[in-house]
Design a protein around this ligand. Sequence first.
Ligand code: SF4
Length: 269
Amino acid sequence: MLQQPPSEPLSQDVSPTLNPSGKTAPLQEVFSSIQGEALYVGKRQVFVRFAHCHLKCAYCDTPMTSATGQCHVEDPPGSGLEHLYPNPMRPQTLLEIIGSLLKTAKHHSVSFTGGEPLLYHGFLKELLPQVQKLAPTYLETSGTQPEFLQTVLPWLDFIAMDIKLPSATKEAPQFEQHARFYQMSLNNPNTQCFIKLVFNTQTTLAELDAVKAIVTDRNTPIILQPETSLIDRSVSIQPKHLFDIENHLAGHFNDVRIIPQTHKMLNVL
Ligand code: SF4
């Protein structure tokens, strides 16, 4: 069990994206659960969810434009019991929370997710070397900020990198940033990088050709994630389109998988 959170007044006004290299960070929640997406789906992880993101993907299920003054920590896992910690949080406080949750079960790794965790690369640079002494580190990222990745790459064991398809995000393409980010991830041989593509009925083969140009190592795993409805959590992609998309990439890459979001089926955090 966690000790009682500190009793200092909770911050009401948190604007941490203005100070991305700072040594504190605003967090939404910290909890232990099952990875619901991509290559390590089904693995037990401790999740650290950061607030804020610089993008606005149309399918986003964690649209956090502002951080609240509190970080929610569920302990024991699955109990629904929440402890509230003041934001922004210091690395040492988060390290103690992670350490406590890791003791509750066998975990594959600690997932840093969001929002966009790399907005807080200064905070992560201080934290990750300490976390790596406890468990492998796993970054879930939009894959668009190579200059921030460079700061923390030596302490990352896994990178779940998105390549944002405009048909799904309804935003401008980020392919150039993705290419630089991907090439940088290859610089650390101890880091496994894999790609996650959220796609929908509007996704085109030309977008997938752009992915082929970005991901130069054909052994990099490619995970196709059908877009999930924000209204009823359904997936509305027809089998023919599903197979066409898969087939277009499977002829090029050695490990292509279609994996929908599963944590929403399990009704877990
Ligand atoms: S990058 Fe992730 S957190 Fe940011 S808007 Fe897109 S889906 Fe949401």
